[in-house]
Structures are given as structure tokens and as C-alpha cells.
Design a binder for this molecule. Structure first.
Ligand SMILES: NC(=O)c1ccc[n+]([C@@H]2O[C@H](COP(=O)([O-])OP(=O)(O)OC[C@H]3O[C@@H](n4cnc5c(N)ncnc54)[C@H](O)[C@@H]3O)[C@@H](O)[C@H]2O)c1
Ligand SMILES: [Zn+2]
Length: 383
């Protein structure tokens, strides 16, 4: 009998990894975790920089096959690693590195039905916990989302490794996490299907809110801690917000305009020197403009971005002097069919997005001038 309800709207879904392990020295749990998953010969896909840092530790995992990630989560790279995984007869996958390495590990492990352990070496995105991958062309432009319907079996975050990585990555992760509450809030109004495959749950929205509150409270202290390579309670909280709270919050709470603006921005060469979370931060300010949020709220977000070193203007993401035509290209892509911008609780079309980006840029520039004018010393953006 045909169903009378649209299941995507009536069913709420909450997705999460099997286990989340975080703390100083957490990498020491990798061997046990693999053992618990029944893995005997894991393939470790490792970012080259992470390999230099963790190579000795990874070498101690018995019978592991280790290969280096080539830098882009592209169809070609997924194909190469999948071939290696089949030929070497491995029975589990471990992804070690940034968001792109982790997304590639997911794109290999899930279609092959292999257990998957994710080891982020920077807290730069909320990719670690999710069941999907973001796939790019070899030239770095956005290609597609791939959904696997399965989350990683375990995520292991060693905060001592995160604290020793350049601070810019932590700050980029804060930018990614900053979007989570606003996008989940928009999606929960429209009850549009989230990346988890159903309507948002209350749990996801509450987690997204906790993510936002944690970042605003502890973000600056966490930045200062990483500048001294120190693991502090503030860093612990922010790493959890960037990784676990933002990951659960976006996947089961929903994405909206900020990530579509990010996806559109990847089409402009100038933005390629900026990390995912840095572009997302500008996407958040654009989204707040689009949603006619009160100036007070926009100011809270913009001031926080300035205090922590996130972009607030187009110039901050490599687009100084960008033409309206180029912004139209960004907006067209942001409004493409299937983009999460259509989860906003009103109709969005490209001209609105161009104007919202210009408004965000103007507001961001003005707040920077105001804060500097009263003698506030702000950290470098993307530095
Ligand atoms: N699947 C999802 O749910 C999801 C969510 C958010 C973002 N993403 C994706 O994540 C990707 C961005 O991830 P990213 O910003 O981590 O980029 P990335 O994976 O390219 O890593 C950034 C850089 O960090 C280096 N690196 C890694 N560990 C390091 C360490 N400990 N010290 C010093 N350098 C280190 C890498 O070599 C790389 O050059 C994008 O493709 C984005 O679309 C996916
Ligand atoms: Zn993101």
C-alpha cells in the first residue's frame, strides 16, 4: 500500500559514530580499538604531514599496511586507495589526517564494508564523525557529497597532537563549528531532510547549541593554548565542539546557507588558499544577513570571528576587489538544485546571496575598524 506520508519529513533520524575517544595520548587506544573491531590487517591511509608526526606510533600497529594520502578527496584518489585496499586484502581502514584524508578513508571503507577508525590530526572540520564524504575535482572545486548511511566505527582524537599543529587549523575548525547551530536552527524550522536521512531531532539541535555556546565561551582561550602548544581544559572543550558536537549537530541537525555559500566560493581561485572552515565562517555571516538576523546577533558572531582570527570580509578569503559577476557565479552555484541553502525557511535566489555577501563584507570590515579604533588588538586572520 502506498504510504500517505512523506517519510523524509515524518521520520527524524540521529546518526553518530560507534565510539568517540578524545584526550592527551588517545592515539594509544588505536590498537585496542582495532582489536575490538576484529581487525587483523588494517590499511592506514595517512596524510603525509601526519605521517611525519605519528609514523613511529603507527609503525607499532601489528600487520598494518600504510599508504600516504595524495592531497585531494577526488574520484581518482578514492579509486587508487580502493584498489590498494582490495589488492592487499586488508580487513579494516584507518584514516589519519585532516578532513580530506578522512573523507577519502570513508569513501573507500564504506563501499567495501570494512570497519573504519578515524584519527583526526587537526581539529579543522567536523568531518570525523559523519557518514558522508565531500568529493572534489582534482583542481579543488566542489564535485559532490557521497552518502554512505554508516558512520565511522570509532573516532580517536589525541589532543596532544592537535595542540602541536598550527593554530590556524583549530581556528578553521571553530569556523566550521560556528555554522552548526545556525544551520540546524534553519533546518529545524523547515524540517527538511538532514544528511542523516530524516528530519532533525531535538538532540541534534541541543548539541548544535552547545557547540555554539562552547565556542563563544572557550574559543579564544583555546586559540591561546595552541599558540603555546598546551593542552588545557579550554582546548579540550573546543576540540570536542569542533569535532563531536559540530559533527553530530550538522549531520542530524541539518545544513543550510553557510555551507552552500562555502561550496559556491570554492569555484573562485582566490579562495583556494583558505581552509574549509575559514570560508564557512564567511558563509555564516552571509547567512545571518540573508536571514535578517538582528544586528546584535550578527555583531556577536562577527566580533567573535575577529577575536579568534576568522575571516569576516571577502578580502579575508582572498577575494579583495572581486567583481559582482564573480560573486554571481558563487551565488549561482550556492543556489544550485540540491544545495542545502534551500533548507532555509524562505525561498533563496542568487541575487539575494550576492547582496548578502556584500552586506557581510561591509559589516565585517566596519566592525574590524571599530574594534581596532578603540585599541583592540586582533589576531591575524588565517594566520
Ligand atoms: N564529510 C564531512 O562531513 C565533512 C565535514 C566538514 C568538512 N569536510 C571536508 O573536509 C575537508 C577539509 O579538511 P581540512 O581543512 O582538514 O583539510 P585537509 O585534509 O586538506 O588538511 C589540511 C592540511 O593539514 C595538514 N595536516 C594534517 N595534520 C596535520 C598536523 N598534525 N600538523 C600540521 N599539518 C597537518 C595536511 O597535510 C593538509 O595540508 C574539505 O574537503 C571539506 O569539504 C567534510
Ligand atoms: Zn563544514
Amino acid at each position: 500500500m502506498a504510504s500517505r506520508v512523506d517519510a523524509s519529513l515524518e521520520v527524524a533520524v540521529f546518526a553518530a559514530p560507534g565510539k568517540y575517544i578524545q584526550g592527551r595520548g588517545a592515539i594509544g587506544r588505536l590498537e585496542d580499538t582495532l582489536e575490538n573491531l576484529g581487525a587483523n590487517i588494517p590499511l592506514i591511509l595517512c596524510d603525509p604531514v601526519a605521517s611525519q608526526i605519528l609514523g613511529d606510533t603507527l609503525d607499532r600497529i601489528p600487520d598494518a599496511v600504510r599508504i600516504e594520502f595524495n592531497g585531494e578527496c577526488s574520484p581518482e584518489e578514492i579509486e587508487r586507495v580502493s584498489k590498494e585496499a582490495s589488492e592487499s586484502g586488508v580487513d579494516a581502514l584507518v584514516g589519519v589526517g585532516g578532513g580530506k584524508t578522512l573523507d577519502t578513508a570513508k569513501s573507500v571503507a564504506h563501499p567495501m564494508g570494512l570497519p573504519l577508525v578515524i584519527v583526526p590530526t587537526i581539529a579543522s572540520t567536523d568531518a570525523p564523525t559523519s557518514s558522508l564524504s565531500v568529493v572534489y575535482e582534482e583542481d579543488g572545486s566542489f564535485k559532490e557529497y557521497r552518502f554512505f548511511g554508516r558512520n565511522p566505527d570509532a573516532v580517536i582524537v589525541d589532543t596532544a597532537v592537535i595542540a602541536r599543529a598550527p593554530v590556524r587549523f583549530l581556528v578553521a575548525g571553530i569556523g566550521d563549528g560556528l555554522s552548526t547551530y545556525f544551520e540546524a536552527d534553519a533546518s529545524s524550522k523547515t524540517r527538511k531532510q538532514t544528511m542523516a536521512g530524516g528530519a532533525p531531532t531535538q538532540a541534534a539541535l541541543a548539541i548544535a547549541r552547545l557547540c555554539y555556546d562552547t565556542l563563544l565561551e572557550y574559543g579564544v582561550a583555546a586559540r591561546l593554548a595552541v599558540e603555546r602548544q598546551a593542552v588545557t581544559p579550554a582546548l579540550d572543550k573546543v576540540v570536542e565542539a569542533n569535532t563531536l558536537l559540530s559533527g553530530l549537530g550538522f549531520e542530524s541537525g541539518g545544513l543550510a546557507a553557510a555551507h552552500s555559500v562555502h561550496n559556491g566560493l570554492t569555484a573562485l581561485e582566490g579562495t583556494h588558499h583558505y581552509w574549509h572552515g575559514e570560508k564557512v565562517a564567511f558563509g555564516v555571516i552571509t547567512m545571518l544577513m540573508l536571514e535578517e538576523r538582528p544586528a546584535r546577533q550578527i555583531e556577536e558572531v562577527v566580533d567573535f570571528c575577529l577575536e579568534v582570527g576568522l575571516p569576516v570580509t571577502l578580502g579575508d578569503i582572498g577575494l579583495e576587489g572581486v567583481s559582482r559577476e564573480e560573486l554571481e557565479k558563487v551565488a549561482d552555484l550556492a543556489c544550485a538544485e540540491g544545495e542545502t541553502i534551500h533548507n532555509e525557511p524562505f525561498e533563496v535566489y542568487p541575487e539575494m546571496v550576492v547582496d548578502a555577501m556584500l552586506a557581510a563584507d561591509a559589516f565585517g570590515g566596519q566592525r574590524r575598524d571599530e574594534l581596532e579604533g578603540i585599541g583592540r588588538k586582533l589576531p591575524p586572520v588565517a594566520g
